[in-house]
Write a new protein. Structure first.
Length: 379
């Protein structure tokens, strides 16, 4: 059980990592303050692919049934050629004791509603529009807590600070001033929602072309289509998106051709460059720890970023409940998380490199299958 020194925790960032940490810590009776620099819980973007290990993490967090009811859960990934013809399937089995399906998807706004309702039910009211200006440890960092000064001029004292503020984390900049910054990977991703045909029962990849195309069901009636493109880093203006995306999809057959025909200037298209960095461990300093994308951002090729964030939150809460002391909690967290997170990050980057080289589909899917198999192991 958390000691008196750590019973009050500040979580910085109200995204998936921060909300999950808040839910898990509150479940163990820890007092949590949650802040976010944004003005509210509004989230942009399309859908979120959920692997079997991520579904297991959501089950442990207590939201699996809601995700299945409001999103999609199934099995396997179908691999197709550019013409839309199937080449084979990637199995996504989970151990029976996990109690979850092997694959899933959900619209990001729906997931945020599920998680935010649990945060509020736990008695936590986030302070939006608030950032951390200064974190001051006692003495050499071995004292009873940290003093935090916020952007609105208020202050607080905490036994632990959890930096869950994403790939551009200000907490990381404050605690690790020499840390690497996000760098462009050489690829950008396009996403848009499309209707889900009744016969589509799983995720799909379309491999063998200049771009990687795929989709993930996110509900009974909707999917999100994604296109991963190799390109110099560019800024795409809104009026350019429809024409450029239609051009990328022009060689593809099957349902992709039909979706391409529906693209026009009113189609909601999300475009963003893919970035990553490698932050050597440990991901903590004094009484401050980084989780999720603040510590180990991953590109979407393995669809594991959200799962890693939820697992981080669960493990942090478990180890704090087990040890009480911050130092022991952080050491145990590192022992359970660093190697696993690095596996997912490096595998995602490797898949991206193979995509950029237009490696044969079997070379790309082999990395996916191997990494997902390792991630099914207990956390």
């Amino acid at each position: 059980m958390a000691s008196k020194q750590t019973e009050r925790v500040l979580v910085v960032g109200a995204g998936i990592a921060g909300m999950s940490a808040t839910i898990a810590l509150r479940r163990n009776g820890v007092e949590v303050d949650l802040i976010d620099i944004g003005t509210d819980w509004t989230v942009t973007g399309a859908g979120l692919t959920i692997t079997g290990p991520t579904l297991r993490a959501f089950r442990q967090l207590g939201v699996y049934d809601e995700i299945v009811a409001q999103g999609y859960a199934g099995e396997g990934i179908r691999v197709c050629g550019v013409d839309g013809e199937p080449l084979g399937d990637i199995p996504t089995p989970m151990p029976p004791e996990a109690g979850v399906r092997g694959s899933g998807g959900i619209a990001r706004p729906v997931l945020y509603r599920i998680l935010s309702s649990r945060v509020l039910a736990g008695g936590v009211r986030p302070r939006f529009g608030t950032a951390v200006e200064r974190i001051a440890h006692d003495g050499d960092g071995d004292g009873d807590g940290v003093d935090v000064t916020f952007s609105d001029g208020t202050t607080g004292r905490y036994g632990m600070v959890v930096g869950a503020d994403g790939i551009y984390s200000r907490t990381r900049e404050q605690m690790f001033p020499g840390a690497p910054r996000p760098e462009y990977t050489g690829q950008s991703v396009w996403r848009m929602f499309v209707p889900r045909p009744p016969e589509v029962d799983r995720r799909h990849y379309f491999l063998g072309g200049e771009a990687k195309v795929g989709w993930t069901p996110v509900s009974a009636t909707r999917m999100y289509l994604f296109v991963v493109e190799r390109t110099p880093r560019v800024v795409r203006r809104p009026h350019e998106l429809a024409g450029r995306l239609a051009g990328l999809l022009e060689p593809y057959g099957g349902h992709v051709r039909r979706f391409r025909a529906s693209i026009d200037g009113d189609t909601g298209i999300v475009f963003r460059p893919l970035e990553s960095f490698d932050l050597p461990g440990p991901w903590h300093s004094g009484r401050v720890i980084l989780i999720g994308d603040a510590a180990h951002p991953t590109t979407p090729q393995l669809a594991s970023g959200a799962g890693l964030a939820v697992e981080d939150a669960l493990v942090l809460a478990e180890e704090l409940d087990r040890h009480g002391s911050v130092a022991e909690t952080f050491e145990a967290f590192a022992a359970r998380r660093e190697q696993r997170c690095r596996l997912a990050v490096e595998s995602s980057i490797e898949i991206g490199r193979l995509e950029q080289r237009q490696a044969p589909p079997e070379a790309q899917t082999a990395v996916v299958e191997r990494a997902l198999a390792e991630l099914t192991e207990p956390v």
